[in-house]
Design a protein around this ligand. Structure first.
Ligand code: UDP
Length: 251
């Protein structure tokens, strides 16, 4: 038996290092959206809704860019955190963190779709955090893929989009180094204690779309990076399977 000194630190919720928090999707949560889901990932919950406009931004017309466009907005609802988070509108400007996250969601989702083939349309992805307990950006991306797929399926059912269009599955997960251990899918308390925080966005071909890996007053070794990538990849594979199950189950 290991002595208490050599035992790795335990996670608050008793999870193994390579274990995700439970992930569930509640599809169709916003009936007026073209596609929607509520992703419940541990105690983090994000509503992802898709709206489709039959037009493209003016810059695309002016620059003769063909195909469609897709963009994302992210926001934390005032009651999603323990202390009230004021809405951006009340402050008169968009929060820097929200802006960074919504750009990340947009880039991640544009990698999932062939914009040339969606026609002259704009796809809006709205991600609203209902409850935040770490990993809201990874939940927003993982949920957005499901909401987007549902919207694409409905366009196809209506005969507005070729049946062979388009999607390459994309998911995202966080990994971190806490007390020298690499842990998959950090909750808020773990994120706050982490020396290194990494977010991975990957597709089903095992390719990277974005890697954000930051030392918080700390640095990390190549070995730790390899450990984080290995954990992250296994998490992405599990998430891709959850997405697939949510998209093939009968509502
Ligand atoms: N958080 C918060 N208020 C904020 C920003 C963040 O309570 O204004 C919490 C929330 O639980 C969030 C976590 O801090 O999930 C980690 O935030 P981070 O910026 O790392 O983004 P996330 O992990 O949610 O993608």
């Amino acid at each position: 038996m290991m002595s208490s000194e050599t035992q790795p630190p335990a996670r608050v919720d008793g999870r193994a290092c390579d274990q995700l928090r439970p992930v569930r999707f509640h599809n169709g949560i916003a009936p007026y959206a073209a596609g929607s889901t509520l992703i419940e990932w541990g105690r983090t919950r994000v509503i992802c809704g898709v709206t489709i406009e039959e037009t493209v931004p003016r810059w695309m017309k002016e620059q003769n860019v063909t195909g469609g466009w897709m963009t994302a907005e992210y926001s934390m609802l005032p009651y999603s955190t323990l202390t009230r988070k004021a809405r951006d509108i009340a402050k008169g400007k968009i929060d820097g963190r929200s802006q960074e996250i919504q750009r990340l969601i947009g880039r991640a989702m544009r990698a999932a779709i062939d914009l040339e083939r969606i026609g002259s349309r704009t796809i809006w992805l709205d991600c609203d955090v209902l409850q935040a307990d770490g990993g809201t950006r990874t939940a927003a991306i993982t949920g957005s893929y499901v909401a987007l797929s549902l919207a694409i399926q409905s366009l196809q059912r209506e005969g507005k989009l070729a049946p062979d269009a388009i999607l390459k599955p994309v998911a995202a997960v966080s990994v971190g180094i806490v007390q020298s251990q690499a842990w998959l899918d950090l909750s808020y308390v773990e994120d706050a204690a982490a020396a290194v925080d990494m977010n991975l966005v990957m597709n089903a071909a095992g390719e990277y779309i974005e890697l954000q890996g930051t030392g918080e007053e700390a640095s990390y070794t190549e070995q730790q990076l390899a450990a984080m990538l290995a954990l992250g990849k296994s998490g992405i594979n599990q998430l891709l399977r959850c997405q697939q199950a949510a998209l093939t189950s009968i509502p």
